[in-house]
Design a protein around this ligand. Structure first.
Ligand code: SAM
Length: 305
């Protein structure tokens, strides 16, 4: 990874600028669509009413939605955020790290089955389909799924899932399918297996208490010879509860080291205005490449324990 400069383990801010554009936290400082701007303004101007929920940790910290909320982020709480239009995590452009690592991820091949867990309405879904990949996302919010198809002007069908509670959305004229259900209900029988995984805002958004469960679901979904691209952050939680949650390289090793060869290919200071609003003191983006260590069969056995 010669093009990725590391200095004291951290690539200096600005050296990860991609295609000559200034990128902070992978989020380019560009004007967002009206709904996000309105929502951002509400949050920035303090017009939004700040909620306060009973604390499960005894601490009082804000989350990324601007509320004092230490409670567990269940699928229902995510669905409520979508209904309120609180989707500032959505990027108004294709993720620079996907663009940069696309050749590695797909080995330059077309028609790869690419999985995007907890995909929201990411523009990456459409971009990958334009690149002739077979794109499969998972998102618990029906609102998020429908916004994706409508905002990208894609006609779609919607059917009930057979093997678990939820629906499957399919674009009519593109190879994009979104399984609208709880990620933790996914198995190979429900969703199949994949050549590639692009994990942005997925593991990073999972409550740390669910990380082992998260790894057990995703590990057997990657085929032998497949590739997994993972975007995570290291941050302090003194005044910010998350998501996203701090995830250190040692946590990644603990979760996945047994099953994957792990290569941290980017580490950069990604502290931007939004994180400063959260009150975090440091915010480091790490991008990882994973390749399976063991055969598909062994991976499955190890993970089903
Ligand atoms: C931080 S957002 C990131 C969305 C997307 N990956 C992106 O980059 O814009 C996390 C997403 O995961 C979804 N989500 C959270 N928990 C989930 C679960 N258990 N199953 C499926 N989706 C989930 C949320 O609704 C939300 O859209």
């Amino acid at each position: 990874m010669a093009e990725i400069a590391k200095e004291n383990g951290v690539v200096q801010n600005g050296s990860e600028n991609i295609q000559g554009k200034s990128v902070e936290n992978g989020i380019q400082e560009v004007k967002q669509k009206s709904s996000e701007v309105a929502q951002g303004k509400d949050m920035d101007n303090g017009v939004k009413e700040v909620e306060e929920k009973p604390s499960r940790t005894g601490k009082k910290r804000k989350n990324q939605f601007g509320d004092y909320d230490e409670s567990y982020m269940s699928v229902d709480s995510w669905r409520k955020r979508w209904k309120k239009g609180q989707t500032r995590f959505h990027m108004p452009k294709v993720h620079p790290m996907l663009e940069k690592n696309f050749e590695w991820l797909t080995k330059g091949e077309k028609k790869q089955r690419v999985f995007l867990p907890l995909c929201g309405k990411s523009l990456d879904l459409n971009w990958l389909a334009e690149k002739e990949q077979i794109v499969i996302g998972n998102e618990c919010s029906a609102e998020g799924c429908e916004q994706f198809f409508k905002e990208n002007e894609l006609e779609f069908t919607k059917e009930s899932l057979k093997d678990t509670v939820g629906d499957v959305y399919k674009a009519k004229d593109k190879d994009i399918t979104i399984y609208c259900c709880d990620y933790f209900k996914l198995t190979e029988d429900v969703i199949g297996t994949f050549d590639c995984i692009w994990d942005r805002g997925a593991l990073a958004a999972i409550d740390p208490q669910d990380r082992t469960r998260y790894a057990k679901v995703i590990t057997p979904l990657l085929r032998k010879g497949g590739r997994y691209l993972l975007d995570l952050f290291q941050l302090d939680h003194e005044s910010f509860v998350g998501p996203p949650y701090d995830c250190k390289p040692t946590d990644v090793d603990d979760m996945f080291g047994k099953y994957f060869n792990i290569d941290r290919v980017v580490t950069r200071d990604a502290l931007s205005a939004w994180q400063r609003e959260w009150g975090v003191k440091y915010f480091i983006q790490d991008v990882y490449h994973f390749t399976p260590k063991v055969t598909e069969e062994i991976t499955k056995c190890a993970c089903s324990k």
